[in-house]
Write a protein that binds this ligand. Structure first.
Ligand code: ZN
Length: 502
């Protein structure tokens, strides 16, 4: 076959795969936002049919031969096509290494395990979930071995979510966080009783909050012709192409900050997807590169920009305009301190910017020990509670608010948690570099301006490349240096020492 013909077939194939993903993604989004409760059964059937067709499309001998042919001739391909072939070839190889019977057995286990976890969480009944979790851990260990028999299995799992991330990097990273942040968190906890902000608990009409979300999208320079907001229990972002990105939020009448920061966080994910290069439309590479780099963007906008004094000062007059009664007697400084209140807490998803990485540290240490076999799933709750006491100084009252709180392990996502924390650390390093190039805070403060100059800077270095670059190349493009976690701890120490006047 001629290379030109092979490339044409290969490109058409990607468009077809994207079409299946588009349809399945849309059904998933609809199920979570608009579909009636009883739709789940027929929906499950439709999704089953579509995913089988999509699977057959990629896992068949003709396609494998085509990809192998392109890889063999990769030096004659343009850069994008070559990266597409490499990415797809990697996936084919990975899937092929797991015996099909084991893979379906695992799928069935995960279905059951997620269901049982949900019940166990509601009933505070870890014992009912434990035998399934033990099996999930065993499968994860085995899969890691199939993928890379000579590598440490936990390194293999980390690499799945963040290419190049290893225990060696993370051990150093978390030890820095532990030694520098644990003492600061404890000092702040001792001071916290005098900090209370009742205006954050007042009643904020949902309809007004919806209008406020729309204002936030404008501030972030999110193109509303290509991105809309839906409502779900847990906020998320899903993209079908750079011309159709959906974010979701959850409105709580008595907690307006929850929506405010959900929109900014998901908005950060959306900006990444909205600004991938035009040449990637329909390509397998038209996504953000990794979990960690994606989180670096959502957390950059949510915390570094969104929880800065410049940003809270900027939105303060709008909040007064939208909610005049609630903001009577509230100063811009009150708002800044309220959104930065730091306090050790039990639940990861509700943690503040400073304590967040402690929750990840706990999970990292436990995952590592579970996968290595040093810790058994029977011993897990006790180990969990011990670490919460050690790093956050709090007592876990029950497993519902402890080891059962997150869905990740029940779904087999081992190695996923660290990317949340690494994302925050990338973001701090990116800021330091961006500040040298452009007037970041002047842009945030500009009363009539939006964040477009910041988005432009990030687009040139990260967004437009989609999956054509690796996570470390994304960091290098921004910082002209390798990942350095000390920016993150320096940033947090400076910020919170000032806020709490320590
Ligand atoms: Zn996120």
């Amino acid at each position: 076959m001629e290379i030109k013909t092979a490339v044409e077939i290969f490109k058409k194939h990607q468009i077809k795969t994207r079409a299946y993903e588009h349809a399945m993604g849309m059904l998933y989004y609809d199920a979570r936002t608009a579909a009636p409760r009883d739709s789940s059964e027929p929906l499950g059937q439709t999704l089953g049919v579509l995913s089988e067709e999509s699977y057959k499309l990629s896992v068949n001998d003709d396609f494998k031969a085509l990809v192998a042919f392109l890889i063999k001739n990769k030096d004659s391909l343009d850069f994008q096509t070559r990266r597409e072939a490499e990415e797809i070839s990697d996936n084919i190889e990975k899937t092929g290494k797991i015996p099909i019977e084991e893979y379906s057995e695992y799928q069935m286990l995960i279905n059951e395990s997620e269901h049982v976890w949900h019940q166990a969480k509601l009933a505070n009944d870890y014992a009912s979930f434990e035998p399934l979790l033990a099996k999930v851990v065993e499968f994860q260990r085995r899969f890691a071995h199939y993928w890379a028999p000579d590598k440490d299995p936990y390194d293999t799992l980390l690499d799945k979510y963040e290419k190049g991330l290893t225990c060696e990097i993370l051990d150093k990273y978390f030890s820095d966080i532990r030694t520098k942040l644990v003492p600061l968190i404890k000092k702040i906890a001792a001071k916290n009783s005098s900090y209370d902000f009742p205006f954050t608990r007042a009643s904020y009409p949902i309809e007004k909050q919806r209008e406020f979300s729309s204002y936030l999208m404008d501030v972030m320079s999110i193109d509303k012709n290509r991105c809309v907001i839906g409502e779900t229990e847990h906020p998320f972002t899903i993209e079908f192409s750079k011309k159709d990105v959906r974010i979701t939020t959850n409105y709580k009448e008595k907690n307006f900050l929850s929506n405010l920061y959900s929109v900014i966080h998901e908005g950060g994910h959306a900006l990444y997807e909205l600004n991938t290069g035009d040449s990637l439309m329909g390509s397998a590479l038209a996504h953000g590169i990794s979990m960690g780099v994606h989180e670096s963007q959502s957390r950059f906008f949510e915390n570094i920009i969104g929880r800065s004094k410049y940003f809270t000062n900027k939105i303060f007059p709008k909040l007064v305009e939208f909610f005049p009664e609630n903001f009577k007697g509230v100063s811009p400084d009150d708002l800044y301190r309220a959104v930065n209140k730091s306090e050790p807490s039990l639940i990861r998803t509700e943690a503040d910017e400073l304590t967040y990485s402690m929750h990840i540290l706990v999970r990292y240490e436990l995952e590592k020990r579970l996968i290595s076999g040093e810790l058994s799933t029977k011993e897990l709750p006790e180990a969990w509670n011990e670490l919460y006491e050690k790093y956050l100084g709090i007592t876990v009252p029950d497993d519902t608010h402890g080891v059962l709180q997150d869905t990740h392990w029940s779904g087999g996502s081992f190695g996923y948690f660290p990317s949340y924390s690494i994302g925050s650390a990338y973001a701090a390093q990116i800021l330091a570099s961006m500040e040298k190039d452009i007037d970041v805070w002047g842009c945030v403060s500009d009363p009539s301006g939006d964040l477009a100059p910041i988005v432009q800077w990030l687009t040139e270095r990260i967004y437009k490349f989609g999956m054509m670059i690796t996570p470390s190349e994304a960091i290098f493009n921004c910082c002209s240096a390798a990942f350095d976690p000390s920016y993150y701890t320096d940033y947090l120490i400076k910020k919170f020492t000032k806020i709490y006047d320590l």
